[in-house]
Design a protein around this ligand. Structure first.
Ligand SMILES: O=C(O)Cc1cc(O)ccc1O
Ligand SMILES: [Fe+2]
Length: 477
């Protein structure tokens, strides 16, 4: 069991305060151990986990004993309505030093220009059928933590009505200190693009590197540390739904993301009751702050199936065509947040990982298309297979419902030039992803006005020439 803590009484290890214990080894006093590398995780997706930072801290046989072990408070965190069918019901029990309710009243936090939205309407946003592309955002120059560095790009629906999504991006350079974020509106799926995130949650700590993702479900308090300094990435937020593994249908019982590769944290707590601590609550898209005089990361033990988790995208096992034609990108779905309509996602998280392309007599890059779903894409590293130019790691594109898009002229010409000469080829170490939604996104004004926006994006297709000749009959010329 991994135990780490901060003993504000100066007791325990006799080291007058700070101590960290990882995998049974005691490491004292070194600030570089603020973000230990070898954190232990629990493996599984949607499992009913139990974790104790101190053996015996979980009550036996019941959730709410009159007195909990070690004098802890019992607190339930519900992720679904109490009466949700058992197969979808999500909740966890947290056993903590003081309950979350012990705080001063929330006060509104000053809004910023590049702001966070959780309700999208014609007053605060506009829609456009144009193809949109952004260059990577600059890292901030002044001290900016994860919360201040977070801004909404687009979204649809409303967190008030519990149906919709928002897509945010972040660019930060400062760790959150004595401060925790709590999103009452929805689940966050965070995709770091540059810089690791060290995320402390009420269930424990997770280190998330570019190439990994983390889901922090609605209501969990969390704090983001930046072990590498400047950090940038993408966030999908879903209102009124939770991420699930997609059904595998005819693929069978294995493939794509495997449940065992999802990592939930192990219980970790700090017993800081002398600190001024700020809780920043996102509630209906607005931010509120409340003061309390102890760390919210005071959960000594927990059990349940409502937990933050991370996943390493390199563990994804892609399936695809092995003879001809280009499969739909849904084959690369890592996680899906469903709507009530079977097979129609509120938001799918789809990746385009390194893999072999083996199709014969096929135009192998993504096909030209118009989609009734709307697509937001980001690039973690490398070159995306449909865009030879102009789509950079940290950048973004939006192709909304029925907006035509596909490979740029250069990618088209390259695919045709290559013809069928050299057989199967491997898509190199690139990693792109898509947030795909059945809802029509509205775009935030600061995203449309941003200097990072590429006004010439449409040009990447203008060079597509007519190759039509009634005599040609499917042959390459
Ligand atoms: O638009 C995109 O680049 C994403 C995408 C990739 C693909 O292989 C097929 C369809 C699709 O929307
Ligand atoms: Fe597409």
């Amino acid at each position: 069991m991994s135990i780490a803590g901060r003993d504000s009484d100066g007791g325990g290890d006799g080291n007058n305060g700070l101590y960290f214990r990882e995998a049974g080894e005691l490491i004292t006093g070194n600030p570089s151990q603020k973000w230990p590398q070898n954190i232990e995780y629990l493996s599984g997706f949607g499992s009913h986990f139990s974790s104790e930072a101190i053996p015996g801290a979980l009550p036996e046989g019941q959730n709410s004993p009159l007195v909990c072990p070690f004098g802890l408070y019992a607190e339930q965190l519900s992720g679904t309505a109490f009466t949700t069918p058992r197969s979808l019901n999500k909740r966890s029990w947290l056993y903590r030093i003081r309950p979350s309710v012990t705080h001063e009243p929330f006060q509104p936090r000053k809004p910023r220009h590049e702001s966070i939205l959780s309700e999208f309407n014609p007053e605060n946003c506009s829609s456009t059928p144009n193809q949109l592309r952004w260059k990577p955002a600059d890292f901030p120059e002044s001290p900016t933590d994860f919360i201040d560095g977070l801004y909404t790009m687009c979204g649809a629906g409303s967190s008030f009505l519990r149906h919709g999504f928002a897509i945010h991006m972040y660019a930060s350079n400062k760790s959150m200190e004595n401060c925790a974020f709590c999103n009452a509106d929805g689940d966050f799926l965070i995709v770091p693009q540059s810089g690791r995130l060290f995320i402390t949650t009420e269930c424990g700590r997770l280190q998330v590197s570019p190439g990994e993702i983390i889901v922090v479900p609605q209501g969990f308090r969390f704090s983001v540390g930046l072990p590498d300094g400047p950090s940038r990435g993408y966030v999908a937020e879903v209102f009124g739904s939770h991420f699930e593994l997609p059904n595998l249908g005819l693929i069978g019982s294995n493939g794509l993301a495997s449940p065992r590769d999802f990592c939930a944290p192990t219980a970790w707590y700090e017993n800081d009751d002398h600190l001024g601590y700020t809780i920043v609550q996102k509630f209906g898209g607005d931010l509120f702050t409340a003061k309390q005089n102890f760390s919210p990361f005071n959960v000594v033990a927990w059990h349940g199936n409502y937990v933050p988790y991370k996943y390493d995208l390199s563990k994804f096992c892609p399936f695809n065509t092995v003879l001809f034609d280009h499969g739909d990108p849904s084959i690369n779905t890592v996680l899906t947040a469903p709507t009530d309509k079977p097979g129609v996602a509120l938001l799918d998280f789809v990746i385009f990982p390194p893999r072999w392309v083996a199709a014969e007599h096929t135009f192998c890059p993504p096909y030209y298309h118009r989609n009734c779903m709307s697509e937001f894409m980001g690039l973690i590293h490398g070159v995306y297979e449909a865009k030879a130019e102009g789509f950079f790691p940290g950048g973004a594109t939006i192709h909304a419902c029925m907006t035509p898009h596909g490979p740029d002229s250069k990618t088209y010409e390259k695919a045709i030039d290559r013809g069928e000469k050299s057989g199967p080829y491997r898509i190199k170490e690139a990693l792109a992803f898509m947030f795909e939604s059945s809802l029509l996104p509205r775009i935030c004004p600061w995203a449309l006005e941003s200097p990072s926006r590429d006004p010439d994006y449409y040009q990447c297709w203008i060079g597509l020439k007519s190759h039509f000749s009634p005599e040609r009959c499917g042959k390459l010329v």
